[in-house]
Design a binder for this molecule. Structure first.
Ligand SMILES: *Cc1c(COP(=O)(O)O)cnc(C)c1O
Ligand SMILES: [Zn+2]
Length: 434
């Protein structure tokens, strides 16, 4: 990490409450955390960030899941299902195939509603409860709506979700429906849904829980904290690089914030900060464009398309927080084709790890960067897989094996198997003494 990064913990402004406040990332204006509903800066409309006057170190963490890290979060009592403590899988064959020193897969599909969005919602919905609002809303490519519906219901609050019609995977709509959200299908893309829901929030119709909401990113920091703790426990060091799919770039921003706070607390040396490496689909790659062109701002793509619907986003709202994260950690960003995403989804499935298409983008991106020599063969890498296979059953059917119809008869089943023999089964017959 470059030395531009401050290693000093910030001093609390007068409007801080219990050592916590909101601060504008552009103009530095500060606000009390819960005195009013506020998503962006009153003065310049830029993004806000939660700040703390005391930052925890590793010894301050205790327990399991997201709330193990309550010392790094705004509360210690929350609307929780619970979430976090997801597996960090070994994938020896994939590691060898990609050609890196170590490869681990942090599978966020193992959260309660099947995506990392739960980590943000446990904090965001707790803030909503604190503020005393009675209606929650989000725009979503699917997983945010599933998580918000579940956490909203858990908290006894009404939930509205705005979805781009025809572009949300079946499992995600099913979750939002059963967890009792009102589902508004918009004839438009995700970015347009977000425009509308921001308007609704500005008019006081609902509390906004997209990743524009700075409290959600606090919960998502815990992905980075879990990865660092577990990797160090297993390998005695931190990973060199973390590769993740990028949609609104909330996770990229959240992981960067987690690392910055650890550095400021003296818990992580700047040289040990992993390189944040973002992956987008070729048909929705405005962040990659900005990184490649060394641009200060991301250009909004009006037309986006990819089968990885979770990252079918043309206007990543957290770009002002995420671009510095990629740059300051010496990371990069890369775009991958839908075919490469499907191949990576199959490769993960072969290791027993079932993910939705957007999640596989991380592995596809790593493969591409390793082929190009951008990622070195000595590197220790963690790929984030963001959502579960069952989120998008249609994509799984398309990427997987065709079911083979067979007659209702053992001999005919046998002759079907022999007709298209895989050559397997010999060992079993010997073991059975046949
Ligand atoms: C939300 C989501 C993303 C995108 O994450 P950002 O933090 O918005 O970049 C990626 N994959 C899946 C499965 C998601 O649900
Ligand atoms: Zn401002």
């Amino acid at each position: 990490m470059s030395l531009e990064l401050s290693t000093e913990a910030p001093e609390a402004p007068e409007n801080a409450v219990d050592g916590m406040w909101l601060e504008c990332i552009e103009c530095g204006e500060t606000f009390a955390p819960f005195e009013a509903v506020r998503y962006t800066c009153d003065d310049c409309d830029s993004l806000l960030e939660v700040r703390y006057s005391t930052l925890p170190t590793w010894d301050d963490f205790d327990g399991d899941g997201v709330w193990r890290y309550s010392a790094a979060l705004p509360f210690d009592d929350a609307v929780s299902i619970p979430e976090g403590s997801t597996p960090l899988h070994y994938v020896p064959r994939l590691e060898k195939g990609v050609g890196v020193n170590r490869l681990r897969i942090k599978h966020e599909g193992m959260n309660p509603t099947g995506s990392f969005k739960d980590r943000g919602m446990t904090v965001g919905v707790t803030v909503a409860r604190e503020l005393g609002v009675d209606r929650l809303a989000c725009a979503s490519t699917g997983n945010t709506s599933a998580a918000l519906a579940a956490y909203g219901s858990r908290a006894g609050l009404e939930t509205l979700v705005l979805l781009p019609e025809g572009k949300v995977a079946a499992g995600k709509i099913a979750q939002a429906a059963l967890h009792d959200a009102r589902i508004l299908e918009v004839d438009g893309n995700f970015d347009e849904c977000l425009d509308i829901v921001q308007e609704l929030a500005a008019r006081g119709e609902a509390y906004l829980l997209n990743s524009l909401n700075p409290f959600r990113l606090e919960g998502q920091k815990t992905i980075g904290l879990e990865i660092l703790e577990e990797f160090r426990q297993d390998h005695g060091r931190y990973p060199d690089r973390i590769v993740l799919p990028v949609g609104n770039a909330g996770n990229t921003a959240a992981l960067y914030k987690a690392f910055r706070e650890l550095v400021q607390a003296g818990a992580l040396h700047p040289r040990d900060v992993p390189k944040l490496t973002g992956v987008q689909a070729e048909g929705a790659a405005p962040m990659v464009e900005a990184i490649e062109n060394d641009a200060d701002e991301v250009r909004r793509w009006e037309e986006v398309e990819t089968k990885a619907t979770a990252i079918r986003i043309g206007n990543p709202v957290n770009a002002p927080k995420a671009l510095p994260g990629i740059r300051e950690t010496n990371g990069t960003a890369v775009a991958v084709s839908d075919d490469a995403i499907t191949s990576a989804q199959r490769a993960l499935a072969k290791e027993g790890i079932g993910v939705e298409p957007a999640s596989a983008a991380s592995v596809a991106g790593l493969q591409k960067l390793a082929n190009r020599g951008v990622v070195d063969e000595d590197e220790d890498v963690v790929c984030l897989t963001t959502g579960h296979l069952l989120k998008d059953p249609d994509a799984a059917f398309e990427a997987g094996n065709e079911p083979e119809p067979v007659p209702n008869d053992t001999d005919e089943v046998l002759s079907h198997l022999e007709g298209q023999s895989s050559g397997r089964g010999g060992i079993l017959k010997r073991l059975l003494g046949r």
